[in-house]
Ligand binder design. Structure first.
Ligand SMILES: [Zn+2]
Length: 451
């Protein structure tokens, strides 16, 4: 978009937002300043936001009034966010059992939502208007990091997401006005994908985003077709783990950098890469991320552990020290880009994604590397079904695909005692949320349920 048109367009969008009472642009302006404050000043702001959230939770939420009422004085005196480690964590089980008592709406703008999870029961929760506006503000901030302006032509490769199926007329209108071309790209047949890619080439998007697996699938096809006309400034990968092998294929197809973006349905906009690509900046103005071990004890920078997330913006449904189920590391070194939001690294996805035989953990990356070098494999999924059983589902481009060399390699990795079953299938369905997982450990779920 030309500079003049872009600035006129942005002004119009800001006007539209102001008329609707939306505050994302004003929030963005505040965040754009906060990101460059010194870490000490930023921490003071976050402590104040945390106290506001916690006091409201104690006063208005039945669940937290029981859980945190004897911590009021402690919270009043907090001088460092490290002290949060003395407060109780919120587990997925806690959320499942208590969500009605957690809710404390500030007004009538709360929206119910739920998250499927991989094996367990879904969790229910609520978001309010402030949460949504703050999330949009954080997203505008991220766009400023990667050189994208509001209203730039956007191409979307999404999973089979319910958000797309149920988009309202107003959302469809907004998509048109906001110049978005989207494809629900999972399980789409090759002909539809090709036709979308050719239309996208003519549309010439400045910005592309999508699920990691959907982007990678499209990217593989672009490389096969040798399409060189889709040249966005930046590509955002979100919703799923982004493996190095996927990053490489996506960057090749679009001729630009991929920016990894981390969020969850419960709390979106948690962390994102900037142009320095030294890790993912925790969106610190609105979120706190701590790393804890399995007993809930804080872990030092550089040590991998469980993510505990606090959302400073959703006062109607406080998430305080919520264990997302994902694992990662916090870095002690600041990013060279000058933004003082701390860096999250080694995001490793859910522990239930990791294949484990006799204590040997095999990360999903191992399998993506193995299968991405196979041109005859269209899709695959590796599922650990038992202590000694690994099922490999493959959607092959040709019946001539010989699995023996791959199985041999996997046997070397997992050990001789493991049975490996290969199943050729027509398609592999994503999860209900639309996310796709390359590796699933059903056995670890059973083991947890039994214990
Ligand atoms: Zn940075």
């Amino acid at each position: 978009m030309s500079g003049l048109y872009s600035s006129i367009y942005t002004s119009l969008c800001q006007l539209k937002a102001a008329v609707r009472g939306d505050r994302q642009f004003s929030i963005y302006k505040t965040l754009a300043k906060e990101q460059f404050l010194s870490p000490e000043k930023l921490e003071q702001i976050r402590i104040k936001r945390f106290q506001k959230l916690a006091f409201r939770a104690i006063d208005k939420s039945k669940y937290y009034s029981q859980r945190l009422s004897d911590q009021r004085q402690f919270i009043e005196k907090i001088e460092s966010l490290e002290q949060l480690s003395q407060l109780p964590l919120l587990t997925r089980d806690d959320l499942q059992q208590n969500y009605k008592n957690i809710l404390c709406p500030i007004d009538n703008t709360v929206y119910a939502d739920s998250s499927g999870g991989s094996t367990g029961k879904p969790v229910n929760f609520y978001h309010d208007r402030d949460y949504q506006m703050f999330a949009s503000g954080l997203h505008l901030l991220f766009m400023s990091w990667i050189g994208i302006s509001y209203g730039d032509r956007t191409g979307v490769f999404w999973g089979a997401d319910r958000d797309f199926k149920e988009s309202s007329l107003r959302e469809k209108f907004d998509a048109k006005v906001d110049r978005i071309m989207a494809l629900n790209s999972f399980n789409v047949d090759e002909q539809s994908l090709d036709s979308f890619l050719h239309r996208l080439e003519r549309f010439n998007p400045t910005y592309i985003y999508g699920y990691a697996s959907s982007l990678a699938l499209a990217a593989e096809r672009i490389n096969q077709l040798k399409l060189t006309g889709i040249r966005p400034i930046a590509v955002r990968s979100s919703a799923e783990m982004l493996y190095d092998s996927q990053r490489a294929v996506i960057e090749q197809a679009f001729g630009t950098k991929v920016y990894n973006f981390y969020g969850s349905r419960e709390v979106n906009n948690l962390a994102a890469e900037c142009s320095a690509h030294e890790g993912m900046h925790v969106m610190a103005s609105g979120r706190i991320i701590e790393i804890v071990d399995d007993r809930g004890q804080p872990l030092p920078a550089g040590v991998q552990g469980n993510l505990a997330v606090t959302d400073l913006t959703n006062l109607s449904f406080p998430f305080i020290r919520y264990l997302t189920g994902d694992m990662g590391t916090l870095q002690s070194e600041p990013c060279s880009c000058g933004i003082s939001y701390p860096l999250l690294a080694n995001l490793a996805g859910r522990s239930s994604d990791i294949i484990n035989f006799n204590g040997v953990h095999i990360h999903g990356e191992y399998f993506t590397h193995l299968f991405y070098s196979q041109p005859l494999v269209k899709q695959f999924q590796v599922v650990q079904e038992d202590a000694d059983l690994l099922v490999i589902k493959i959607v092959a481009r040709s019946e001539q695909f010989d699995t023996e060399p791959i199985v041999k390699q996997i046997v070397e990795k997992v050990g001789q005692g493991v049975r490996i079953e290969v199943k050729f299938v027509e398609r592999i369905e994503p999860l209900k949320s639309g996310k796709f997982r390359f590796t699933i450990n059903n056995y670890s779920g059973q083991r947890k349920a039994q214990s």
